[in-house]
Write a protein that binds this ligand. Structure first.
Ligand SMILES: Nc1ncnc2c1ncn2[C@@H]1O[C@H](COP(=O)(O)OP(=O)(O)OP(=O)(O)O)[C@@H](O)[C@H]1O
Ligand SMILES: [Mg+2]
Length: 296
């Protein structure tokens, strides 16, 4: 099973929002990383057929998705960035309604609703109104509705935004678990959401696909370029003006700076094991060094 994007571009007026994106997706989790406005939602909306590309083609198992029409739409599950829930519906009723819209029969609906509620861990809350759910539960019911038609391609746009760490971990484990026989496309700003579960990471920057690789191979790229050094307050500004400083932490009355640099930035700098977050900041460094969080 594969989904191929061939030279996908999208313009709004004369603004290019997606620029010549070509890639192949096979079963597994793909994490799309990118700053605000980099085109993640636009790409996902195009794949979900909510929007057409300005140019380029998409094919599923060799067939153009435009020719497949409803047969393609039946293969996809989509959780938009802003999801509207019917707040006065119970979870069970909400899912049954969506199943009806997706064309499932009554008999199929009952089994499927039970199955997806179980999958997302909401079986016990099936009689509760979704309007009363917590943020994490709302995201899970959103994923449950996207799974009702057993999609081969699951598109989830920032499902972890605003969730606490425990719910984020729960959600990423869920996505990982269901990705063995489907393509899961997940967008996020939070690198740790995908560091462990993504088969490949796609980095979008201003509409261009600037990276597509396994997390490990992406990390190899910045191997030897991540450093930490403890300095006094007076040295911070100078280092910030010369290097990408991605974090500043106060450690025993000294400042520990995490720096990205091809060469040793300071005689006392120690080489560190790179994390995916370093890579993200390597590409999206605008203002990062000025804004580097001071963790006390
Ligand atoms: N319907 C539209 N009309 C005009 N411009 C649009 C439209 N939809 C998106 N854009 C623009 O396209 C660019 C990419 O937007 P998109 O929503 O795809 O980014 P994103 O990566 O999902 O951002 P975020 O992280 O904030 O969700 C932005 O500059 C946005 O203003
Ligand atoms: Mg978006």
């Amino acid at each position: 099973m594969n989904l191929i994007l061939d030279k996908i571009s999208k313009c709004f007026g004369d603004k290019i929002v997606l620029d010549d994106i070509s890639l192949e997706l096979t079963p597994g989790v793909y994490g799309i990383l990118g700053a605000n406005g980099s085109g993640k939602t636009t790409l996902m909306r195009i794949l979900a057929t909510v929007m057409n590309p300005s140019s380029g083609h998409i094919s599923f198992n060799g067939q153009d998705i435009n020719d497949m029409e409803h047969r393609y739409r039946e293969l996809i599950g989509y959780l938009p960035q802003q999801v509207g829930l019917y707040k006065s519906f119970t979870a069970e009723k909400f899912l049954s309604y969506i199943a009806y819209l997706k064309g499932l029969t009554k008999a199929e609906t009952q089994d499927k609703v039970t199955e997806v509620l179980d999958l997302v861990g909401l079986s016990e809350q099936r009689k509760e109104k979704v309007g009363k759910y917590s943020g994490g539960m709302k995201r899970r019911i959103g994923i449950a509705q996207a799974l009702l038609n057993d999609p081969k391609l699951l598109i989830v746009d920032e499902p972890t935004a605003g969730l606490d760490p425990k719910e984020r971990i729960r959600l990423r484990n869920l996505l990982s678990r269901i990705s063995s026989h489907r393509i899961v496309l997940l967008s996020t700003h939070i690198v740790s959401d995908i560091e462990y579960i993504a088969k490949e990471v796609l980095i979008l920057k201003e509409g261009q696909l600037i990276q597509k690789d396994t997390p490990q191979r992406l990390l190899n790229e910045i191997e030897g370029k991540v450093w930490t050094v403890q300095v006094s307050e007076g040295e911070i500004l100078e280092l910030q003006s010369k290097y990408k400083v991605v974090n500043i932490a106060l450690v025993r009355e000294k400042y520990e700076l995490r720096i990205l640099s091809d060469t040793r930035p300071h005689i006392h700098a120690i080489s560190e094991v790179p994390h995916l977050e370093d890579l993200y900041l390597y590409h999206f460094d605008e203002g990062a060094s000025q804004d580097a969080a001071v963790k006390v």
